[in-house]
Design a binder for this molecule. Sequence first.
Ligand SMILES: Cc1cc2nc3c(=O)[nH]c(=O)nc-3n(C[C@H](O)[C@H](O)[C@H](O)COP(=O)(O)O)c2cc1C
Length: 339
Amino acid sequence: MISRYLITNIIYFFQFFVMRKKDLETAVVIGDRALGSFLIFRKFIFDFPLPKNKEVEIYGLLFPSPIISASFKSDHQIIEMWLRLGLGGVILKTIMQEKRTGNPRPRLQDAYLNGEKGLINSLGLPGSGINSFTETIKGAKLWEYDRPIGISVGGENSLEYLDNVKKIDSKIHDIKKQYFYELNISCPNTENGQTICQDPIILESLLKDIRSVTDKVISVKVSPDVSNKILQDIGALCANITKVLINAGNTIYVKPGQVGVDKYNYSMNGGGLSGSPLFKRTLEMVHLFSKFNIPVMATGGISSFEHIVAAKSAGASLFGMATSLVFNPYCIPKINSKL
Ligand SMILES: Cc1cc2nc3c(=O)[nH]c(=O)nc-3n(C[C@H](O)[C@H](O)[C@H](O)COP(=O)(O)O)c2cc1C
């Protein structure tokens, strides 16, 4: 926490000094590199025990701790560090068909809503593209931890989602390791500019198509921005397809000015708010989905044991975290020790 504060402020000072725009992403990249260089001391600073007898089983996937990383990071070295700190599983950053550099920077900043701190981002799904992903995933060291790995898939339209799943599955279906797919249906795509999350009929046919090509568990990641009526429809349709779980949810769309970010320091007109301000909506969504007979993962604003207790009593059995891992990954052993 202190080191993040120091690194961020030194970088902000430097950016100010050379008259560049304030950019939190630089601090995150440098912080990640610094942590990576500590890996030689990993036994002392990263190795924490998993909680005892707290496994969660979902459709045969065994999570030794119910806390997992939400989809936002693709750097395996950092993900490995979180696993050593005690995550029960991980979800990799959404992979799209083509290689993407994402939106112009600055596209990630600290954000504040009603006095609560979070992040605003509009990275724009940068990534290496599906071909490069399928080349590297099979041999990844992450499998050695034998904890479920979620492969988050995106697409410009339904066909692309399906095609991406097919490509990945053809490479790894015989790997004999624990993995599942997550459909990031909350990113703007589709021909009419809507997300698949806003259109349960498209989602249903996509899920059926994917189910016909793989028997792996599918997590459907929904957006907190869509209405409860649509979420109800999604819950009902997911309950009719085998081995589907719901991940509630993703970031909330905001304008930079709404969350205390100067427009000058943000390249886009809006972005996704994450972190503490989301927690209330996360609980509401978990509660809504708990009425369907499907496992629910809670994602959005989780950073403490108390959050886990509240989300669990609302009906969640897995707990995803992103922003809290950026702010302080040592929340992992802290939460595990209280479970
Ligand atoms: C920098 C950043 C990048 C993200 N990238 C993705 C992504 O690639 N795919 C996805 O499904 N969600 C992505 N998310 C959303 C997170 O997975 C998560 O759903 C959201 O941040 C809410 O959780 P949190 O409050 O714990 O951060 C991203 C979030 C952040 C902060």
